[in-house]
Design a protein around this ligand. Structure first.
Ligand code: E4P
Length: 214
């Protein structure tokens, strides 16, 4: 499973890039606004830190506006994936981007039927928001399993990107189900490395080594 970082914070992205296991970056208008920096500059700096899909989200409500914005984003860098919401207008825009060979990420996806529509339009990436489904009392991982089955049944080329990840368990569940990608906040990525028994084990090894070396 590929791992993306879900962040627009350059410090976090730099650290995560140094680990050598991050394959891409997702941003959204909330994450960009949180940093208080210029959108284009931020996206371009991110493309220089990680050589993989970088999602930049449109804000227009209609397909024509999304396509206009997306064409501009795509011209900034080859790795940019134009993020559009899963609405009628968004799906129309994705169809057009597909014809233009512009890579896309369909976002704010909450049902397997939305996955089916996005895949039919030729979306490169499709992002179900698992954490927000769980917040709403739904079984987010069941939705991921069903979505993966739909993609496999019909040989769609779209890749499922598990988004709105809240904790390390969601990363495990996504990987066990065979999700193609998970996009994960920095704090949760850091936690993926950790296990108390690893720390205890290191302490013991070092203590034993010191006895021999003394
Ligand atoms: C994904 O592309 C989104 O940026 C993100 O995962 C949303 O997560 P949230 O529900 O924590 O805002």
């Amino acid at each position: 499973m590929e791992l993306f970082i879900d962040s627009a914070n350059l410090d976090e992205i730099k650290i995560a890039a140094s680990w050598g296991i991050i394959d891409g970056v997702t941003t959204n208008p909330s994450l960009i606004a949180k940093e208080g920096r210029d959108f284009k500059k931020t996206i371009l700096e991110i493309t220089s830190l990680i050589d993989g899909p970088i999602s930049a989200e449109t804000i227009s409500p209609d397909a024509a506006g999304m396509v206009k914005e997306g064409k501009e984003f795509a011209a900034w860098h080859k790795n940019i994936h134009v993020k559009v919401p899963c609405t009628v207008e968004g799906i129309k825009a994705v169809r057009e981007f597909t014809q233009l060979q512009i890579k896309t990420n369909v976002t704010l996806v909450f049902s397997p039927n939305q996955v089916l529509l996005a895949a039919k339009a030729g979306a490169t990436l499709i992002s179900p928001f698992v954490g927000r489904l769980v917040d709403a009392g739904e079984d987010g991982m069941q939705m991921i399993g069903e979505s993966l089955q739909i993609i496999e049944n019909y040989g769609f080329e779209s890749r499922l990107l598990v988004a709105s990840v809240r904790d390390t368990r969601m990363v495990t569940d996504a990987a066990v189900l065979g999700a193609h990608i998970a996009t994960v906040p920095f704090k949760v990525l850091e936690q993926l490395f950790k296990h108390p028994l690893t720390d205890v084990g290191i302490e013991r090894f070092l203590a034993d080594w010191k006895k021999v070396a003394a």
